[in-house]
Write a protein that binds this ligand. Structure first.
Ligand code: G6P
Ligand code: ZN
Length: 562
């Protein structure tokens, strides 16, 4: 057993280590500053004393700089008294797989090295996110403490000579000042595959993909955007479920995601998948983000399933998923800006429905308390209480399970859903990397001007007028621990059921990103196929007018529409 000694290194604190919606995300060169990553890792250890004498899981989405940070975490964890680290081979671990392993091994937490869907490579972003012992992102009380510690840190502890070969599965033990420290490098895929087999009926999905005498095989195409999901998709869809090798593409995790702008599964950044699906050869398509927690689902000829529809269809068809049948549906939830299609299903099934702020961490307490089974967000996140993260591969399997159960196409399943519940139209406009000051000012002016608006006030833009039912800045009180999250987005709810929501993103790394969410509801079947741009136009005009967005951001057009 190699022995090692703890070294105490003097460091200077950084002011900017406040975790956002999902961990600390910054450009790679920010993380490469002397002591930057070390400080943040030490701050986590100081804020979470259970790690000392405990166990943690480490891995990430394969982006540039990840393996350097894995070694830093190993050295700092050894010095802070951690007993054991479980590390994914090559440092690879999808975010949902880490959550599964934390839960299975009863670890005290996890270091997830990802900036999710943000670009990677030397000029891209890096990120460190800490997850707690329930397998989910640390709640704000913990991330707030990490931030406070990071602002005043003066030294960190490290065992600089502990370096572990993470390219091979195996165990490494060290003697650190008389204590034993172990690093186990594991295959990051196996535990996750076992879990999926428990949740789904693989046999029925295998039959769906293979086809039968009376039904042709279901042709699928899965685009992993060179993020972390490649090895998971290959193992599950090809090896276990029999899909041809050619049905999983861009499946090698690359440090810069193959130079893609964003490894983000939406109609803009996953346009390759959209193009392939538009050609009409495949029946089902899916894409995932860099760390594998987001998903986009498409049907034949590029039929797009909005995330808000996706989660509500899964809820409505829960009987297709053996895990839900066995455990029962305890409740549904969505983030506040997410289209409210799921609320209608909750009502029909008579299950509890929660509306939480943006950020998967807000679902964790409800799941731990046994009140939430299925949830989703408009930002292409869908998941259940099998883990405490959203789960891209899980969503893909859920859809395949539904297609097998319903013996129908993606489009037919969605159309049937609209027929029964009406259609919730949803669109999001993003104005990325605008000057932070202008964005903040826009939000505060908007909030104060709206706070003067009274119920029943009519507001109009060029193309239409709406009657305001209420307006507020969303505030959430967690029903389990009573914690309060304020300023989670300015809402304008109109009497005809439409909504506009303004929010500043918490995941960007440069400037600010303004998000405007539009939603309207239609129960007239003859309008289900109306063009979404013209449906939304009155709301868009109104939003631009009330916010004066152009003046504050200097932008005429959104960067991305999803
Ligand atoms: C991450 C979180 C999600 C959240 C999303 C968008 O993916 O895990 O829960 O919805 O970021 O956050 P943003 O603050 O950028 O809108
Ligand atoms: Zn992600």
């Amino acid at each position: 057993m190699a022995s090692s000694q703890v070294q105490i290194v003097q460091t200077r604190a950084f002011e900017d280590q406040k975790p956002g919606t999902s961990g600390l995300r910054k450009p790679v060169d920010t993380f490469q500053q002397k002591g930057y990553a070390e400080n943040f890792i030490q701050a986590i250890h100081t804020a979470v004393p259970e790690l000392s004498d405990g166990m943690a899981v480490v891995g990430g989405d394969g982006r540039y700089y990840m393996t350097d940070v894995v070694q830093k975490i190993i050295g700092i964890s050894a010095a802070n008294g951690v007993k054991k680290l479980i590390v994914g081979k090559d440092g690879i671990f999808s975010t949902p797989a880490i959550s599964a392993v934390v839960r299975k091994t009863k670890a005290n937490g996890a270091f997830i090295l990802t900036a999710s869907h943000n670009p990677g490579g030397p000029k891209g972003d890096f990120g460190i996110k800490f997850n707690s012992s329930n397998g989910g992102p640390a709640v704000e009380a913990v991330t707030g403490q990490i931030y406070q510690i990071s602002k005043h840190i003066t030294e960190y502890k490290i065992c600089p000579d502990i370096k572990v070969d993470i390219s091979k599965v195996g165990c490494h033990t060290f003697d650190v000042d008389g204590r034993q420290f172990e690093v186990e490098v594991i295959d990051p895929v196996s535990d996750y595959v076992d879990l999926m087999k428990e949740l789904f009926d693989f046999e029925s999905i295998r039959n769906l993909l293979a086809g039968s005498k009376t039904r042709s095989p279901l042709k699928i195409i899965i685009n992993c955007l060179n993020g972390v999901t490649g090895p998971y998709a290959k193992r599950i869809l090809c090896d276990e479920l029999g899909a041809p090798e050619s049905s999983v593409v861009n499946c090698i995790p690359l440090e810069d995601f193959g130079g893609k702008l964003h490894p983000d599964p939406n109609l803009t950044y996953a346009s390759d998948l959209v193009d392939v699906m538009n050609s009409g050869v495949h029946d089902f398509g899916a894409a995932f983000d860099g760390d594998g927690d987001r998903n986009m689902i498409l049907g034949k000829n590029g039929f797009f399933v909005t995330p808000s529809d996706s989660v509500s269809v899964i809820g409505d068809n829960y009987k297709a998923i053996p895990y839900f049948v066995k455990s029962g549906i305890k409740g549904f939830a969505r983030s506040m800006p997410t289209g409210r299609a799921l609320d209608r299903v909750a009502k029909a099934l008579n299950v509890e429905m929660f509306e939480v702020p943006t950020g998967w961490k807000f679902f964790g307490n409800l799941m731990d308390a046994g009140r939430l089974s299925l949830c989703g967000e408009e930002s292409f996140g869908t998941g259940s209480d099998h883990i405490r993260e959203k789960d891209g591969i899980w969503a893909c399997l859920a859809w395949l399970a539904i297609l097998a159960y319903r013996k129908a196409s993606v489009e037919d399943v969605i159309r049937d859903h609209w027929k029964r519940y009406g259609r919730t139209f949803f669109q999001r406009y993003d104005y990325e990397q605008v000057p932070a000051e202008g964005a903040k000012e826009m939000m505060s002016v908007l909030e104060s001007s709206l706070s003067l608006a009274t119920k029943s006030k009519e507001i109009s833009a060029a193309s239409a007028s709406f009657v305001l039912e209420y307006t507020d800045n969303f505030s959430y009180t967690d029903p389990i621990d009573g914690s309060v999250a304020k300023n989670q987005g300015i809402r304008l709810q109109f009497t005809n059921g439409s909504r506009i929501i303004f929010r500043l993103s918490g995941t960007g790394s440069v400037g600010a990103t303004v998000r405007i969410y539009f939603e309207c509801y239609e129960d007239q079947p003859e309008r289900f196929d109306d063009d979404i741009t013209s449906i939304m136009k009155p709301l868009v005009d109104l939003a631009l007018k009330v916010s004066d967005l152009q003046k504050y951001t200097g932008r005429n057009e959104p960067t991305v529409i999803t």
